[in-house]
Design a protein around this ligand. Structure first.
Ligand code: NAD
Ligand code: USQ
Length: 407
């Protein structure tokens, strides 16, 4: 298939682009490198030393003979996006190109506005570009399990049958997101659903859980292909953070009681889920929703697993309960369905099998690059003026949209 990966320089996008390329698909990447600028803005860097994208692509071609096309630009710039779609003529577009950190969106007003404009405008542009240029193209959009929040009922895959006053209907599952970032995904979902209804577009909204790990068969072919591994307080996800903390024998930073339960998946399952969605497209007019995760854990369960794995490596690690920086339920019911991707053929990797190889060993290998000042959370949900980022413009845009650094 001809597949366009928007956000292909990022964590999920890079692994996905290589996986699809190796499976024989014709792949194009679009990215504007905003993610690398956010690292500068926050004064952080990925644990793993990532190469510039052009170098990554050159090495990939040398090793495999496969070419991945590169389009450098902003999906919020419609001229760029539409000319790229017109030039590449994809059968599927995988859309990863958003600001994805909940804490980043909660720094202050500018970061909240930036996150929602970047994410919502980018997706809206893409819906128009598909409608106008390649109306049969399948949109595979990355949503998040966090759109649902933590309701006291089972979470369905996108839709729920409701009986009300003697009548019944199948409706979008209620959304209770927990950050301005997660809210941006809810706004996207509504726009996608509406576009499918009015223009008969095909879309799959993948409500993905928290992704962990950095190693895939493709990224491990050469050091230049290595993927990001974020562990800082803003972009670092919980399991990556715990493993890096364990590598330095720093107490694990459980926020509050640690009963927060989320869906998780290995990056190797992310890439397979994307391919499965592309190979089995939605019908015209259909907006499918799949819950993309393989196991669920509470934060405390993760901390205990990392503590035990660290002990096997001779590392002595304590578990700390920090005052919760976020506003979220710290103990709650959680049971989310996730069978549709399994039915399409996903064979999950399990955390108990990969914790040491895929996570702890990487954390130890790059231990010299760990900055322990990034372990404690610095963005508090109840403070609307967190002093976390440098006051610099993080996006140079042709289109007049807000950026964190300037109105
Ligand atoms: P990432 O930040 O590593 O990658 C995103 C990429 O998109 C970056 O390379 C960035 O430069 C690019 N980008 C952002 N805005 C852009 C724009 N306007 N124009 C062009 N490029 C732009 O993020 P990730 O972890 O790879 O996540 C990818 C997607 O998956 C996001 O939409 C995220 O919400 C979703 N997701 C991620 C996780 C996770 O645990 N990482 C979990 C669930 C869902
Ligand atoms: N947490 C800790 N200690 C830490 C870091 C996090 O206890 O040091 C807790 C958080 O409070 C939260 C949970 O761990 O309860 C998960 O936090 P996270 O930072 O790992 O993940 P989250 O903010 O939810 O965001 C990540 C991705 C985002 C994606 C989301 C999927 O950054 O792009 O949408 O996971 S989901 O969680 O299903 O919404």
């Amino acid at each position: 298939m001809r597949i366009c990966v928007l956000g292909g320089d990022g964590y999920c996008g890079w692994a996905t682009a290589l996986y699809l390329s190796r499976r024989g698909h014709r792949v194009a990447i679009a990215d504007n490198f905003l993610r690398r600028q956010w690292d500068f803005e926050l004064g952080v860097q990925t644990l793993t030393p990532i190469a510039p994208l052009a170098e990554r692509l050159r090495v990939w071609q040398e090793l495999t003979g496969e070419t991945i096309d590169l389009f450098t630009g902003d999906v919020c710039d419609y001229d760029f996006l539409s000319s790229m779609i017109d030039a590449f003529r994809p059968e599927a577009v995988v859309h990863f190109a958003e600001q994805r950190a909940a804490p980043y969106s909660m720094i202050d007003r500018k970061h909240a506005v930036f996150t929602q404009v970047n994410n919502v405008v980018g997706t809206l542009n893409l819906l128009f570009a598909i409608k106008e240029i390649v109306p049969d193209c399948h949109l595979v959009k990355l949503g998040t399990m966090g759109e649902y929040g933590t309701p006291n009922i089972d979470i369905e895959e996108g839709y729920i049958k409701i009986e009300h006053n003697g009548r019944s209907d199948v409706l979008p599952f209620p959304k209770q997101p927990g950050s301005f970032y997660h809210l941006s995904k809810v706004h996207d979902s509504h726009n996608i659903m509406f576009a499918c209804k009015i223009w008969k577009l095909r879309a799959t909204d993948l409500n993905q859980g928290v992704v962990y790990g950095t190693v895939t068969d493709e990224t491990s072919l050469d050091e230049t292909l290595i993927n990001r591994f974020d562990y800082d307080d803003v972009f670092g996800t919980v399991l990556n953070r715990f493993c890096v903390q364990a590598a330095t024998e720093h107490p694990l930073t459980v926020y509050g009681r640690g009963g927060q339960t989320r869906g998780f998946l290995d990056i190797r399952d992310t890439v397979r889920c994307i391919e499965l969605a592309c190979l089995n497209p939605a019908n015209p007019g259909e907006c499918r929703v799949y819950n993309q995760f393989t196991e669920q854990f509470s934060v405390m369960e993760l901390a205990q697993m990392v503590q035990a794995a660290a002990r096997k490596l001779g590392l002595n690690v304590e578990i700390d309960h920090l005052p919760a920086p976020r506003v979220e339920a710290e103990a709650h019911y959680y049971n989310a369905k996730h069978s549709k991707l399994i039915e399409l053929g996903l064979r999950p990797h399990y955390l108990s099998d990969s914790l040491l190889d895929s996570l702890m060993n990487i954390a130890i290998r790059y231990k010299d690059r760990i900055d322990i000042s990034l372990f404690l959370p610095q963005v508090n949900w109840q403070n609307s003026r967190n002093q976390r980022a440098l006051p610099l413009a993080t996006a140079q845009r042709k289109t007049p949209v807000a950026t964190p650094g300037g109105d």
